[in-house]
Design a protein around this ligand. Structure first.
Ligand code: CAA
Length: 295
């Protein structure tokens, strides 16, 4: 059984930077690949900031933070992933983009390495089958922010070997995560439940049940959720939410997974939530305020 020591993370966005950080924190050497230097700088800027904050709060020593950074190598070249024992994909939620990436990576990375996708919704088998190592391919689904959220869904495709699946469970546990095994069904456990909930919140808004902030405040105060559903949708990224619900609608053909018109229009306007500065809320001020353009 191949021991995991060096981990490649492809994509340093919302999820990828967090996965790279928790992986380096757990003692693995990490190679983080992004498309260009500016994307790598943004990603490392976030990691540096979070590590500095942990030191400031006394939750980590400066030596530990330095050691984590020393384990993190950045690159724009797939060839630097060649000797990784595990490669985790955390790029955009698009099957063609993921397949193109795996085509490159499969030919470069050593044959006994494991491959994992952080997909939120796509069937893992569709990516596994496109590589020459479908038995060493699995899903490792992290939650945002990966540095904080306890769960990793470990997804077994029909081709995943017992050995690769066990390696995935052990890897997630070694990061201090709760590893929950799931079948390869669109949305797995959490998004199967969470996505219709966020979409229903948008429908409730469309039907005038409450304003954006009333719906959010109600779920915080009435159901003890840390964030209301529309804040959460902005936090996940409305583009990501749109991609996930499209995949789930295609798979299950149920209205509960369909994009509500408000979401479709917001995506057309380029309002992707917190990361783009506008979503259900406007993030340009000190505090988020409801986006008056959402009608
Ligand atoms: N990166 C790293 N650390 C972060 C962070 C981030 N982006 N955001 C918050 N934290 C840390 C803070 O530093 C703080 O750490 P300490 O306790 O060590 O001081 C801790 O988290 C709490 O943060 P705050 O006090 O600033 O804020 P909070 O108490 O409101 O918590 C939150 C923030 C953890 C994000 C909380 O609001 C929350 O749990 N929200 C729900 C998140 C959620 O549901 N995520 C899942 C989304 S679905 C998904 O990801 C799946 C998918 O496929 C779409």
């Amino acid at each position: 059984m191949a021991e995991i020591k060096k981990v490649g993370v492809v994509g340093g966005g919302l999820m990828g930077h967090g996965i790279a950080q928790v992986t380096a924190t757990a003692g693995y050497d990490v190679v983080l690949r992004e498309v260009d230097q500016s994307a790598l700088d943004t990603c490392m800027g976030k990691i540096n900031k979070q590590l500095a904050r942990a030191v400031e709060k006394g939750k980590s020593s400066q030596e530990d933070a330095d050691a984590i950074l020393a384990r993190l190598e950045t690159t724009t070249e797939y060839t630097d992933l060649a000797d990784c024992d595990l490669v985790i994909e955390a790029i955009t939620e698009s099957l063609p983009a993921k397949l193109e990436m795996w085509k490159e990576v499969d030919g470069i990375v050593k044959e006994d390495a494991y491959f994992a996708t952080n997909t939120s919704s796509l069937a893992v088998i569709d990516q596994a089958a496109a590589t020459a190592r479908p038995e060493r391919f699995l899903g490792l689904h992290y939650f945002n922010p990966a540095q904080v959220m306890k769960l990793v869904e470990v997804v077994r495709a029909v081709t995943t070997s017992d050995e690769a699946f066990e390696a995935g469970l052990r890897f997630a546990r070694s990061q201090g995560k709760l590893a929950i095994p799931t079948k390869d069904k669109a949305g797995f456990i959490v998004n199967r439940l969470l996505v219709p909930y966020m979409l229903d919140a948008i429908r409730a808004y469309e039907e005038g049940v409450g304003s954006v902030s009333e719906i959010d405040d109600a779920m915080k105060a009435g159901a003890a959720h840390p964030m209301g559903p529309l804040t959460l949708a902005d936090f996940v990224g409305l583009d990501t939410l749109g991609s996930i619900c499209d995949v789930m609608f295609d798979e299950f053909r149920e209205r509960r997974f369909a994009q509500p018109p408000t979401l479709r229009k917001m995506l057309a306007a380029g309002w992707y939530g917190r990361k783009s500065g506008l979503g259900f809320y406007d993030y340009s001020g000190d505090q988020p305020s409801p986006n008056p353009g959402v009608t």
